[in-house]
Design a protein around this ligand. Structure first.
Ligand SMILES: Nc1nc2c(ncn2[C@@H]2O[C@H](COP(=O)(O)OP(=O)(O)OP(=O)(O)O)[C@@H](O)[C@H]2O)c(=O)[nH]1
Ligand SMILES: [Mg+2]
Length: 335
């Protein structure tokens, strides 16, 4: 809480490894969380996510007049296999210009290929950074599977990065990823084919989110203000139509516009009530997951293993269906 980087580094390791110490620390830190703006940055490998994150961090650390200077946390979820440290090293080199700035904290995490484990430890790491006073937290993840959907659930604002020249433009764009995008970036705008990529995105957007075309009409901010703040999250979020921003991450071009859109999205989320709804959904999901695990663990501890095994045997022999077995077990009816 006092901002010791060494303490934070140790804590993050505990959290990442899900140790008892890490868990205990997160419990104590929880009241200090909920302040940071969590921004997910996802997209196909090599589209320029790290370069863009680097530029955004630089922008927020040396902001122009009128933009608040904020402390930046960066979490890079490493997509590489556990046998290669290549991606981590690459990101460190790419983000090197930021090191030495006490207002920036960079953490690379190995995804370790553990299904479902990524979101849990990433959420913990983000909570720790939030408690440590990092006001804007950029979370980079590769858009190659389940991870980006989990990150979108975690983040308040999700940026999807595309780039021209990744084989066939449209093939590189998955409709699923557009569903989670709050802001679309066409990076490498210095390369040929930008117009194609941008046009492709526009078309896909209209297919994926037809409602945004009707409700958005280019004034999402205004629509959001008049929304009741109740109603369901999906309808409210549909009111926001994702802008498409061109950037050249290597040169820092378009980064200010991107930062503007991040700010605009934050204001929209706050004004529409979508921010609170998202927090509620996330915390409820986290609570329910823990509740499930805890109740099941307790139940197993109290259960006679012999009865359990006997019931399982009867299921194997098709004398009971799994559903019948569960009913018998939880109702304490062991016949
Ligand atoms: N020409 C051009 N090259 C760029 C631009 N942005 C990034 N690059 C280059 O593209 C390569 C990949 O950039 P990264 O920032 O590592 O991309 P990434 O999406 O983080 O990559 P992974 O994390 O490996 O998925 C690097 O060689 C960058 O220098 C750009 O706007 N224009
Ligand atoms: Mg990267």
């Amino acid at each position: 809480l006092r901002g010791s980087r060494l303490a934070l580094a140790r804590l993050l390791t505990q959290v990442e490894n899900d140790t008892l110490e890490g868990r205990a620390a997160l419990i104590e830190l929880f009241p200090h969380t909920g302040k940071a703006h969590l921004v997910g940055v996802t997209g196909a490998p090599g589209t320029g996510k790290s370069s863009l994150v680097n530029q955004l961090a630089r922008f927020y650390r040396n902001p122009p007049q009128g933009v608040e200077k904020v402390k930046i946390g960066i979490v890079a979820v490493d997509p590489s296999s556990p046998f290669s440290g290549g991606a981590i090293l690459g990101d460190r080199v790419r983000m090197r210009d930021l090191s030495g700035d006490p207002g920036v904290y960079i953490r690379s995490m190995a995804s370790r290929g553990a299904l479902g484990g990524i979101a849990a430890s990433t959420a913990g790491v983000v909570q720790a950074l939030d408690a440590a006073g990092y006001e804007l937290i950029l979370i980079e993840t590769v858009g190659a599977g389940q991870d980006e959907v989990e990150i979108a659930r975690l983040a308040h604002t999700t940026i999807v990065v595309e780039a021209p020249g990744l084989g066939d433009d449209i093939q590189a764009i998955k409709a699923g990823i557009l569903e989670i995008a709050d802001i679309l970036v066409v990076n490498k705008a210095d390369r040929p084919g930008v117009e194609n990529t941008e046009r492709g995105l526009k078309n896909m957007l209209q297919l994926a989110r037809p409602t945004s075309k009707i409700a958005g009409v280019g004034k999402p901010g205004h629509e959001a203000m008049t929304a009741s703040g109740e109603g369901n999250l999906l309808t409210q979020e549909r009111i926001w139509s994702p802008p498409i921003i061109r950037t050249v991450a290597t040169e820092g071009e378009g980064v200010e516009e991107l930062a503007d859109e991040i700010q605009r999205h934050r204001e929209y989320m706050k004004a529409s009530g979508a921010w609170i709804k998202r927090e509620q959904m996330r915390l409820q999901a986290e609570m329910d997951t823990l509740l499930n695990a805890t109740v099941v663990a307790r139940w197993h501890a109290a259960m006679d293993t012999q009865i359990y095994q006997e019931t399982l045997r009867r299921v194997l022999e098709r004398q009971l269906s799994p559903r019948e077995a569960v009913l018998k077990l939880v109702n304490g009816d062991s016949r």
